[in-house]
Design a protein around this ligand. Structure first.
Ligand code: BES
Ligand code: MN
Ligand code: ZN
Length: 500
């Protein structure tokens, strides 16, 4: 995909990105022949559309490409597959460095295909790197996104717990990180009972056996840097276990290692950028399977932390494998602990597929991540760690149940379950993500997507500049009721109508 961006070329066709507004101004300066051509082609600078303008000899002289106003990360993504093969460059007099980077990013994304199982290789057009673009930044993001997508898109047969460990080892080796795994029954010996309990139904030895993958790294100058620990849910396939999912619910569950894929991609970006921090990446990797050796509903497991958990539903397995990893991560007192997981359907009911849910025990950090996510066009939305719902996890036989009996606030109760395994003094962010995208168009083909990756990287790069302390944000004025709601408050309440 990055091979379709080159540093120089002898013969190139220029592309002029235009929004509807800038097209209106630009077209007035053109010859009547071209004005008529653009009109008859029906080109209105709709984002993602393009028109080819000929010279007098009928050769392609200029491509007009429809874009959004402002920084546009996606519109140019339609071009590499749609334009005739060849080498192109941007007309960039008016492009800010941010916009030049965004267009290069769009181009790279437009060249992504999950081609592992397909013979029909796609031809893409090539772009010369815009000279104002942040080449390293675009390459870092694009290759991490491709890594995340490839991992998620690969079906469980070829992306089991050991495959996932191999993927971590490969990324680690490229950056001289240390990678270890605790596999199968060794998880019991080393006190990771919940990872073992969930994964043992698939196997206790061999490539399908559960494991805890653990990567550590420090950048140059990182010895003194803050410690960042990333934890990702690595359920390579989620059948639901004995509380088996129906067909529709299982349909996408190869993506249940989307949290692991996203934190691994994030770790790659951090190491590639050589951020001055110490990094630990922990991935509990399992398959949640059905077998005579599978964990049952009503079983009780004593977790690493010593808290006993009653299994109300074997399909609430993500929080089980995460809780042992989080408990271990927490003992090291990291300066920041972030976990990502395709944890609940409830998070998707609440916010739909696009918005990873953010939970945080620190408001400044949460605000900072929300802001960076927005800036990067890679947004999060926050939900509360609402303590009163903790009682929904009360068990009659154990310290806690792995899920609530009802179906209210499922993303929150899952987060509250995890919170039991993190000290209140550890700054902790929990992200409940979909790890998938569909219907987004060019550059974002239907399939695995490490949502939140770019937002998180920008946030961490900023966090490390503040040497791991919460960034100081301008104080926001306390919210006051708006004039509308004040007027509404004076209005008499409508009388309740009898229910039909
Ligand atoms: N991996 C699923 C959550 C999921 C489902 C994420 C669909 C994205 C899309 C998770 O392991 C799960 O099954 N959660 C259950 C929890 C329930 C049993 C308390 C859920 O959300 O239904
Ligand atoms: Mn499940
Ligand atoms: Zn799951």
């Amino acid at each position: 995909m990055l091979e379709h961006l080159v540093t120089r070329a002898a013969k190139t066709t220029p592309i002029l990105p235009l929004s509807a507004k800038s097209l209106a101004a630009w077209i007035k300066t053109q010859a009547p022949f071209l004005q008529a051509w653009i009109k008859s082609a029906g080109f209105k600078a709709k984002p993602g559309s393009f028109v080819l303008l000929p010279d007098a000899a009928g050769r392609a002289a200029l491509i007009l490409a429809g874009c959004e106003d402002g920084v546009d990360r996606w519109s140019l993504a339609s071009l590499p597959a749609a334009l005739p093969a060849g080498i192109y460059r941007l007309e960039e007099e008016d492009l800010s460095p941010d916009q030049a980077s965004a267009h290069a990013f769009a181009w790279a994304m437009g060249c992504y295909r999950f081609a592992r199982y397909r013979a029909d290789a796609k031809e893409f057009a090539t772009l010369v790197w815009p000279k104002n673009a942040d080449k390293a930044g675009v390459e870092r993001a694009a290759s991490a996104i491709a890594l995340g997508r490839d991992l998620i898109n690969t079906p469980a047969e070829d992306m089991g717990p050991e495959h996932l460990a191999k993927a971590v080892e490969k990324v680690g080796a490229a950056h001289k990180a240390k990678v270890t795994s605790i596999v199968g029954d060794a998880l019991l010996k080393q006190n990771y009972p919940t990872i073992h309990a969930v994964g043992r139904g698939a196997a206790t030895t061999g490539i399908r056996a559960p494991r805890l993958i653990d990567l550590t790294w420090k950048g140059t100058g990182g010895e003194k840097g803050p410690l960042l620990t990333l934890v990702g849910k690595g359920v390579c396939f989620d059948t639901g276990g004995l509380d088996l999912k129906p067909r529709g619910g299982m349909m996408m569950m190869k993506k249940d290692m989307g949290g692991a894929a996203t934190v691994l991609a994030l770790a790659q970006m951090i190491m590639e950028a050589n951020l001055p921090l110490r990094l630990r990446l922990m991935i509990p990797a399992v398959e949640n399977s059905v077998s005579g050796n599978a964990i049952r509903p009503l079983d009780v497991v004593k977790t690493r932390k010593g808290i006993t958990v009653e299994i109300n539903d074997t399909d609430a397995e993500g929080r089980l494998i995460l809780c042992d990893a989080l408990a271990e991560a927490d003992t090291q007192k990291p300066d920041l602990l972030i976990d990502m997981a395709t944890l609940t359907g409830a998070a998707r009911v609440a916010l739909g597929p696009d918005l990873p849910v953010l939970f945080a025990n620190d408001d400044d950090l949460a605000d900072s991540l929300l802001r960076h996510g927005r800036n990067e066009g890679d947004p999060f939305w926050r939900l509360p760690l609402w303590k009163p719902y903790r009682s929904m996890l009360d068990s009659k036989v154990a310290d806690i149940a792995n899920c609530e009996p009802g179906s209210f606030g499922g993303a929150i109760t899952a987060a509250l379950y995890l919170a039991e395994f993190v000290s209140p003094t550890t700054k902790w962010l929990h992200v409940d993500t979909y790890g998938w995208t569909s219907g987004k168009g060019a550059g974002r083909p239907d399939g695995g997507e490490p949502l939140g990756l770019r937002g998180l990287f920008a946030f961490i790069a900023d966090w490390v500049k503040h040497s791991g302390k919460s960034p100081v944000l301008p104080k926001r004025p306390a919210p006051r009721p708006s004039p509308v709601s004040r007027a509404a408050a004076k209005r008499p309440l409508p009388r309740s109508r009898p229910r039909r």
